[in-house]
Structure formats: structure tokens, C-alpha cells
Write a protein that binds this ligand. Sequence first.
Ligand code: ACM
Length: 563
Amino acid sequence: MTPSRKFARRSLLLFDIVLGVAATSSMATAQSMHDAASYAVIPRPTVLSPAAGHFTLSRRTIVVADSALSAVAHRFVRDIADATGYDVPVMRTAATGASAIRLIRVAGRDTVALGAEGYRLDVTPRGVTVRAAHPAGAYYALETFKQLLPAAVFRDAPLPGTVWTAASVHIEDAPRFVWRGAHLDVSRHFMPKEFVKKYIDQIARHKMNRFHWHLTEDQGWRIEIKKYPRLTDLSSCRDQTMVGRYVADPAKQVFDSTKHCGYYTQDDVREIVAYAAERYITVVPEIEMPGHAQAAVSAYPQLGVRPDTTVGVMQVWGVSKFIMNADDATIAFMQDVLTEVMALFPSPYIHIGGDEADKTFWKSSGLIQARIKELGLKDEHELQSWFIRQMDTFLTAHGRRLVGWDEILEGGLAENATVMSWRGVAGGIAAAKANHDVVMAPGSHTYFDHYQSLNKNAEPLAIGGFLPIDTVYSFDPVPAELTAAEAKHVLGAQAQVWTEYIQNPKQVEYMLQPRLSALAEALWTKKARKDFPDFMRRIPAHLDRLRAMDVNFRPIEQAKIRP
Ligand code: ACM
């Protein structure tokens, strides 16, 4: 440990004591100027050493950036322009004494120490210094810096009278996991492009770096595929949607008699991907196969097992029986779709779904049973594995990696597959033990479509479950069953926002926040630094930021989480 880091840790301890019990003389100055809210950074940094005094951002402030970090500098300046009304210039050099925010790209040993996403941040009355080895680290440093400023910095219009002070501090920081994500189902309910950007903003504000875009479902196909226009011409609309909680008995189902439509053009997709990339977020697209595919089968019946049966886009929740077949032509069709998807999404990871493929029609189909024999397979599970393997080989040949929900383990895991573990963590454990990478997404800790309170009657209708913010916070993506070597396969985790019962952006935000803040800390912050009571002391200041961003969230003080 270098002397400065040692010092940093010691002052941090002192600060914790100041906050928790009583003032000590060495921190009295900092304490008299700053309260806990001054350092309410979420997710909690590795080292945070408060100091006396503050920096003031003003009309005279400039940003001085090494060329490798100039894109980050420009992004920052644009991010704060609406709130401050300042047109902060970005320069390569500046005279000493200028009120500057300096972005310095470190080299040599520091590159290893800081890694791809780490940073150091020093705020003093004389200026702000960011050190990072890569642009993402500098970006995260400036996200932290914004959290040291008044929450109004997150507004899209000036708040007259705001003084832009940031408390002096030394911060050293880097994430625990490389995959820190949030998923959004835009298939059950379509979400407008502008909201998708706002969702990405919320991911970015939490130093998260993966947006998993769930684009196809039984209930709607939402991405333009040029070669197969019927996917959106026909299947981006369902004629009506069931109202209220799902009931299986058709006689008891009630519908809204309203069309629900929407899809993203390829231009829309490019715009979203570029928007995310500027914020160091990779967009991981998901194209479901062979199940959750009724919308695709509806547009192109030859993809299905019963091509003579007309089936529309699904209007009720639950899982359709209209699974794809496993013909060579269907494999080629889905690979064509993936070819267009790869051209749109630079993500190394492409998600092919693979969950909840209802095998009923496969069991009763003579053609499918003949196909199983022809391929020398044992059963329908092995046929699903064979299907997924065709996609794995194809994506791998194109330099990409397949991700699938944990059902892809059944019948044998494709060679290069990464497993997204949603039915608990067991699938993730099995995959890691088999030397496959894993993203944890267990319902128990990451399904944000579940209720936030046991007082369910006081909450908007949700699919079920109970996932309060403290449970989210407690999540450790690395199960105790894994050895240190196996644990390296756990890339991280992500939030799931399934939208059967979430009809619009406001409701998405209500379910997302502030649980996303808790998950962000569970994924970024080192295990030894996680502290739920401390998080709860920082959250009021963070909720002010969400308000400034005009984000709808579930008030944590409202109603009781547990009766
Ligand atoms: C899932 O919830 N079916 C992945």
C-alpha cells in the first residue's frame, strides 16, 4: 500500500467515527463545513477521505483533458450545461491557477492499479483532478464529482440561486464486477425511444455498464429486421391486451379492446446504441428462441410446429406453446436475424433467450420426433440444446459470444455460452463449475417486477413476489459454493424489469428505483465496504438526485415494507 492510500484509509475511518458517534478534533474543520450529505456517493467508493474546504464550479471553470479523455470531457460539459447554464470550455492545456477540472490519463503501473474502470478523484478549493487509465474510469470519476455537487446538477434546466460547490475529498475507486446491468422488457409493453434513453441515463448515473434490451416475445416483436419485414409489419402490434391479473380460464379473461403497438427502426437502434456507448454502456440485445416466439411464428408460420394454424400475437400473459421448429430453414432464418442484429449492436454478447421453451408441441409433432432421431438426439431437451448450439457456433464464428437464460444448461451447454442464471443461482453455480461465464439474475434478488412491500394492496398491481430494497442490497453474486477460480467466472449481475404489469415509463421507474441504487452498490462496491445502514444515510441525498432527473421512484419511507 502506498503512503497516500494508507493515509486515505485512516482519514476515512475517522470520518466514519465523526458521522457515527462524536466529532474528533482532526476532522472538526471538515465536519463543520460538510455533513454526511456532502459525501453521499452511491455506489460507495473504495476509499473516500473528506477534507476541509470546497471547490466552486463557476462561469470561469474550464476542463483540461488529455486527448484520450477529451470525449469524456465533452460528455461531462454537455451533461452539466442545461443545469448550470455554463458553457464550460474543454482545453488541452491551461495556465496554473485557473479554476480547472483536470482529466489526466495515467500510464505505467497506475494503469494496472486503476484498471479499465477505476479512477482517482481529488477535489480541493484550487481545482479538481481526475486520474484514470481509460475513458470509462474518467467518466465514473465525473459521475462521482457530480454527486458531490448540489442535486440540481441533474436537472435539465437551471435552478436560480444554486451555488455549485463540491466538498473537498480524495477518492479512490474501482468496481467489484465487470457486468453491472439492468434489463428492460419492451415487448410486453413497448417503451418509447426517448424513455429508453432516460433509462440508460439512470443506468449510467449508477456506474452500471450493461443495458439488456429484451426485444422479442410472444406478445410483440420490437426490432426492425430488413430481410423479414413481417416481423414488425404484423407482429409489432397485438390487437388487445388482457386486463388485470392473469387468469387461465378463457371465459374469465377480460381484454382492453385496444391495439398495443411499437417497434424500433434500425436507425432508432443505432441511435440508442450510440447514446449508450457515449455513457460507457454496452447494449446487449435479446432475441428469444426457440420459445417465447409466438410473435415471430405469427408473422412467419413456417417457423412454427403447426404452420397450418393461424396464431396472432399473444394477448394474454404467460408462456406460449407456439415454439419454433428445428428445421434447417428456421435455423437459417434466425441466423439471418442475428446477422442484422450483429450489424446493429457492437456488443461482444448477443442474448438468444432460451428460457421457458414449452415442449408440448415438440412432443406431439411427428416431424419434430423424426428430427430428434435424424440428429441422433435423446429427447426434446437435447433438441433445444442442438438449436442453441447452432446459434453458438454461428455467433462464435462471427466473433461474438452467446448468452442465454439458464435453461440452456438442460440437454447440454453450448461450448462458448455464457449463462444468465434466473431460477436462483443454481444454474450459475453449475455453469461456473463447468468453466462457463455467468451473469447472475436470480428472481430472489434481481426481479424488479416483484413487489417492493408486503403491503401489496397499497402498491400498484405487480406480477407477485416480494423484493424489498434491503434484500437487493444484500445480494452477493458470488455464491459460497464456488472456489476462487470458479468465482472468476461470475461476471456480475443485473436487474430484471419484466413489463407484463408495467404499462408505461413512470411505472418502470417506480419499480426500478431506488432498488437500482441498492443493486448498483451491491455490484460496484467491495464487499468489505458494503454497509446497509450507511447506504440508508446516503439515500435521501440520492433521492434528491432522482427528483432532479424527474425520475419516479417508490418513496422508501412510504408505507411499511414489512407489516
Ligand atoms: C425469465 O424470467 N423467464 C427469464
